[in-house]
Design a protein around this ligand. Structure first.
Ligand SMILES: [Zn+2]
Length: 72
């Protein structure tokens, strides 16, 4: 079955993970589903297009609004 999901170095379908680094907040990428669970597979491919500086700021602001709403 063709799902369009990249296959990682260990032969599994990769999964979509959301990045929360300062450089790429909220940006999604494909990563090995075994990463962090004993696998040394370092498969990595971006799912979302690169963020512009303007978009990056908006993502951070939106995340802050969500956090504030949950507190209240
Ligand atoms: Zn893998």
């Amino acid at each position: 079955m063709e799902t369009g999901v990249p296959i990682c170095h260990c032969g599994h379908e990769s999964k979509i993970v959301t990045s929360w680094t300062d450089e790429n907040p909220g940006r999604r990428f494909f990563g090995c589903k075994n990463y962090g669970r004993g696998s040394h597979c370092r498969f990595f491919a971006w799912y979302d297009a690169p963020l512009t500086p303007r978009a990056r700021v908006e993502v951070v602001v939106a995340a802050a609004v969500v956090v504030a709403a949950e507190v209240v």
